[in-house]
Design a protein around this ligand. Structure first.
Ligand code: GLU
Length: 317
């Protein structure tokens, strides 16, 4: 049985871009008669807030999307809040450490920023870590550890990686492009890359459908799957919604939060109609219920990196 998920970070109100991804991930599982999981990725301390998680639950419900496992729908793989799963992340870090995959890094943010003029790695991931702390000897590590707790980085093998994305096609990553990335920060917080892999593996997720901004994160996640001996899911990165000119959604457009649409009295069917039209599931942006789209779902008409929203869709609120 296929298992998909929507895994939002509750760091702000949900906007139409998130709604687009949620709708497609939900449709994919509903059409496949699979299980749909809602997981709240709230480990990013001060950025994540419980009131936003609550708002996400309300927004999804308003859209007509439901979940088989998640908040208020406990299941065999719970809890479904990352902040309640820290022990699992710790175990994974221990495992990686015991198998010699990690090393402590004492570089400060300022030091890293100063060398960030070095060639950049994959777009969404910032500069590639230049490996400064990789070769430190035991003595040097002990000395540095007295001044500052380290973050833990994965020593990524210097080889090419490739994988096939269900929408973006074959992806090739040259050796060295990933860099040694952090799995646990110096302040003890686990990284998104680690937590998402541990959870998708532990929750038996078979299909990851998410926004194209995370395509670049995928090879790093695949490295972790391999090191943890877990089977990776299939990945589908859907295009990001953008303004009519192809540019990023502006501040005004981004204020198209679902909460604002709801408050303005926009019926959910109107939003769903526009999202379905943007995804090529409808020929016209006519009102539709999410459930009516289940038989129409297909990824075939989704392509490219961005989908321009019409002025009409942007004027919804
Ligand atoms: N929590 C991530 C976000 O909201 C998404 C994680 C994922 O889908 O892999 O950007």
């Amino acid at each position: 049985m296929r298992r998909g998920r929507f895994a939002p970070t509750p760091s702000g109100p949900m906007h139409i871009g998130n709604a687009f991804t949620a709708l497609l991930a939900w449709l994919q599982m509903r059409q496949a008669s699979g299980t749909f999981v809602l997981r709240i990725e709230d480990i990013d301390g001060p950025r994540s807030r419980p009131e936003y998680a609550q708002l996400i639950v309300e927004d999804l419900t308003w859209m007509g999307l439901d979940w088989d496992e998640g908040p208020a729908a406990d299941g065999p793989y719970g809890p479904y809040l990352q902040s309640l799963r820290l022990e699992l992340y710790e175990q994974a870090v221990d495992r990686l450490q015991r198998s010699g995959r990690l090393y402590p890094c004492y570089c400060s943010r300022a030091e890293l920023a100063a060398i960030a003029s070095a060639p950049h790695g994959l777009a969404s991931e910032g500069a590639v870590y230049p490996g400064l702390c990789k070769a430190l000897g035991e003595e040097e590590r002990r000395r540095k550890a007295q001044a500052k707790p380290p973050s833990l980085r994965v020593a990524v093998p210097e080889r090419p990686f490739s994988f096939k994305d269900g929408l973006a096609g074959m992806q090739h990553v040259p050796p060295g492009a990933l860099g040694d990335f952090v799995v646990k920060r110096a302040d003890g917080q686990f990284s998104y890359q680690l937590a998402v892999v541990v959870d998708d593996a532990a929750m038996g997720i078979t299909d990851v459908l998410r926004g194209g901004d995370l395509l670049d994160s995928t090879p790093r996640q695949l490295v972790l799957y391999e090191m943890l001996g877990a089977v990776p899911p299939s990945f589908c990165h859907v295009p990001l919604l953008c303004g009519p000119e192809g540019g990023r959604l502006s501040k005004r457009d981004r204020s198209l939060s679902l909460a604002a649409l709801r408050a303005a009295g926009v019926p959910p069917e109107r939003l769903i109609g526009h999202l379905a039209y943007a995804a090529g599931l409808l020929d016209r942006p006519e009102p539709a219920k999410a459930a009516e789209l289940i038989p129409l779902f297909s990824l075939e008409r989704l392509s490219g990196e961005r989908i321009a929203l019409s002025e009409e869709a942007l004027a919804l609120g």
